[in-house]
Design a protein around this ligand. Sequence first.
Ligand code: 5RP
Length: 302
Amino acid sequence: MVDASGASEAEGRGFAVNVPVETRGFFLKGCAHLGYGMKSRLARIFEPSSGRTVMLAFDHGYIMGPTSGLERLDLAIPPLIPHADSLMCTRGALAACVPPEARKPVVLRCGSGATVLKELSDEVLAVDLEDAVRLGAAAVTTMVYVGGVHEKESLHNMSRLINAGNRFGIPALAVTAVGKDMARDARYLGLACRVAAEIGAAFVKTYFCEPGFDEVVAGCPVPVVIAGGKKLPEAEALAMAYRAVDQGAAGVDMGRNIFLSEDPVAMIRAVRAVVHDLEKPEAALELFRTLKNERRAQGARQ
Ligand code: 5RP
């Protein structure tokens, strides 16, 4: 038999009428109901096979200026790019040190208005979503200062960024901070993460805390990644990353503990082993030392 297009029955076997179409879920928690654009961007930021990400954060200059380790973005960042799953930076840093050929998803810092010289929570949204689209951003981000002096304004900034991102299918990352008088403990970090998710952030960044980080993650309906925080010895930073992913973190958004390491490339590769392969901290430290020694023998600058 021939159908209206002229194809014969034999040719129609490609329809596989007895094979049901597979209906897949989505690998990131709380993200199954997002649209295609959001999901495809998140699937570039997070590695689908592990469900986690190693984000390289080098946005510090937007409040700190030329801070230690990032004085020369063009020298510090390019060697690390191949080893990161995604990059978190401002549009200025993007232009300064990320070649378009890098093909890495960028989480674009969109807030401004405060520096370390004044009240950090006094931020505004400074980047139009149209510009984020022009730059090819995979996600956008700003701060939420729960309990901070400008809590309401920061939540308003976050909501506006989420609303704008929703129009373009660009997910928003909420970077949570808590007020100066509030401990970085599970109670306050959990509050900040939950609030950010409830107002629509697709993923949330917070600090690791003990005890109770597992409850911070459990109480947040979307993926949580941890900031590295101040520079620690490599052994401690790797142990922190391990404890975070072991307790449910969807990865790290790490800056100083990578770019201030005595060997930043060896360190980001060791962090990857922890985040994606759940390598134990001792083995990851051994990997760091081996890579550092190999690279030193090869005369690698970074
Ligand atoms: C500050 C940030 C930074 O990107 C963040 O702190 C990650 O860097 P580090 O690992 O150095 O803490 O979001 O608001």
